[in-house]
Design a protein around this ligand. Structure first.
Ligand code: HEM
Length: 492
């Protein structure tokens, strides 16, 4: 083969490759039709990086769609393609598609989360489990945090902790609400999950390690000493060490009590339930799955609710009319009681209509689970597009929560709007803060109860003054960059 021929071949092949690349790029800026059908429009952005920088850089405030989503919604419509952190994704801001995807769990779609998520939550976390095992894990969680447990046990525990916590705030010159409520809720849930006496088991560090871990959740997943993500992974390592020690110690004790033919032991916390599962001859769960579940529960049970509770307090601070109506609702409850200091009953809790509106409105705007992920198990033809089997889907329910056809002036905090909209017991296509389908949040009832109890104790005994902070941003998850600092005062 002559040199000329080789050079000509190289030029031809080179030109062909460049043209292919250019064609592919220009096609990916619009809609693409493949043998599967018409793919949603979109762009894959830069090689490797995709559109990650834009996704991470663009911040927003509650009540507004973050610019990443807004710009693409305007350019492509509510269903589009992108590429984030090395993953090609189909993004859905469409209420019907979102609901369809969640309702089709383990049929046309199934849960999938990006590798960085699986790293921080553990390879055996509940999102990695399907079918019977997933159902089984949910049943265990709901034994503690489902409607029965919430009504009979948690109602009282939660009230007690809210009362004690608020009493302690009175003596402080400045309370950062997010940190204080996170620590308070951790106190209740760590006890329910593993009868955890924080001071005894880890020198008081368990909550702090969790805090390190959570601070890095939204950081770039580069685990090199000095980075936030590294601190996050160290936090997880420390927490897992304590959990493993406690699980092994408890298993050892439970097997020796069985050997000594001790009387039938009653499960007293979630760790006991897990150990009973592991000890079964036909156990479906292994130790790693149990540990990752315990870890996820410790996280989910305090980080989520404390964030929304901080949002509630911020909205109430800025909306005196809403605060007044909320206070009146709780004062009325006190008037009907013989002993104003007695525990709130389940019936009283269920009668807190305006409180429930305030919580739903805050959840709608705060939208702490900004995106959910799934993958398609088969080709799905919907809304004129094809979602090919194997596609990864990123659902953003926020767009439905800001839909002007359902929520008038959606960016405004208006708890009264819920007087005319039925509050969804589970999920609806227009209100998906707790997800939906088989994976509907297992702590939704508990979370709402906890917020209502806290508000009851707060507005019946105290008032507060905002000192500093309180600015909320999405970047890309909801945060209070300067915290929210208040001074608690006795009620006049
Ligand atoms: C305001 C508070 C909360 C919000 C907004 C929230 C949101 C969510 C969402 C959106 C999902 C679905 C994830 C998906 O489908 O991919 C979920 C699942 C879950 N949540 Fe929550 N959550 C909250 C509080 C809690 C609490 C307090 C607990 C525990 C006590 C909890 C435990 C769980 C569990 C275990 C799952 C996984 C369910 C499954 O895979 O079957 N959550 N949560």
């Amino acid at each position: 083969m002559s040199m000329h021929y080789l050079a000509a071949l190289c030029v031809t092949v080179g030109t062909f490759l460049v043209l292919r690349l250019l064609l592919k790029r220009s096609r990916s800026n619009g809609e693409t039709t493949t043998s599967h059908g018409r793919l949603p429009p979109g762009s894959r952005g830069l090689p490797l990086l995709g559109e990650t920088l834009h996704y991470l850089a663009a911040s927003s405030t509650p009540g507004l769609l973050p610019p990443f989503f807004k710009q693409r919604l305007e350019r492509y419509g509510p269903i589009f393609r992108t590429s984030l952190a090395g993953e090609d994704l189909i993004v859905s801001l469409d209420a019907e598609l979102n609901a369809h995807v969640l309702q089709q769990e383990e049929r046309a779609f199934q849960i999938w989360y990006p590798p960085s998520f699986m790293r921080v939550f553990g390879a055996d976390n509940i999102a990695a489990k399907l079918g019977q095992l997933h159902r089984h894990m949910r049943t265990l969680i709901l034994r503690l945090f489902g409607p029965q447990g919430t009504r009979l046990v948690l109602l009282h525990d939660v009230q007690r902790s809210a009362r004690d916590e608020l009493r302690s705030w009175l003596h402080l010159p400045d309370v950062e609400v997010r940190t204080a409520t996170s620590r308070m809720i951790f106190g209740v849930t760590a006890k329910k999950l593993m009868s955890h006496d924080d001071a005894a088991a880890s020198g008081g560090s368990l909550w702090k390690w969790f805090h390190d871990w959570t601070s890095g959740l939204l950081s770039f997943p580069l685990s090199v000493p000095g980075t936030t993500f590294y601190k996050c992974m160290q936090g997880r390592k420390n927490v897992m060490k304590v959990l493993k020690q406690q699980l092994r110690e408890r298993r050892r004790r439970s097997s020796s009590s069985r050997n000594s033919a001790a009387a039938e032991r009653e499960a007293v916390d979630f760790l006991d339930l897990l150990i009973d599962e592991l000890n079964k001859p036909d156990a479906v769960m292994d130790e790693n799955t149990a540990l990752d579940l315990l870890f996820a529960m410790l996280f989910a049970s305090h980080e989520t609710t404390s964030m929304v509770l901080t949002v509630v307090l911020k909205f109430l601070t800025d909306n005196p009319k809403a605060l007044q109506e909320l206070t009146e609702e709780h004062e009325k409850l006190l008037e009907t009681r013989i002993d104003p200091d007695s525990d709130i009953t389940w019936e009283e809790y269920k009668s807190m209509k305006f409180t429930s509106h305030v919580i739903h409105e805050s959840l709608r705007l705060a939208n702490i689970a900004l995106v959910l992920f799934r993958k398609a198990n088969q080709d799905v033809h919907i809304k004129g597009y094809t979602i090919p089997a194997g596609s990864k889907i990123m659902i953003c329910p926020l767009a439905s929560h800001l839909n002007t056809k359902v929520y008038k002036d959606p960016s405004v905090f208006n708890p009264w709007r819920w007087k005319d909209i039925p509050e969804p017991a589970g999920a609806s296509k227009d209100f998906m803060v707790f997800g939906g389908g088989l994976r509907l949040c297992a702590g939704a009832d508990f979370s709402k109860l906890q917020m209502a109890m806290f508000l009851h104790c707060l507005v019946t005994k105290y008032r507060w003054k905002a000192i500093s902070g309180g600015t909320m941003v999405f970047y890309p998850g909801l945060q209070f960059p300067d915290g929210f600092h208040i001074k608690l005062l006795p009620k006049i």
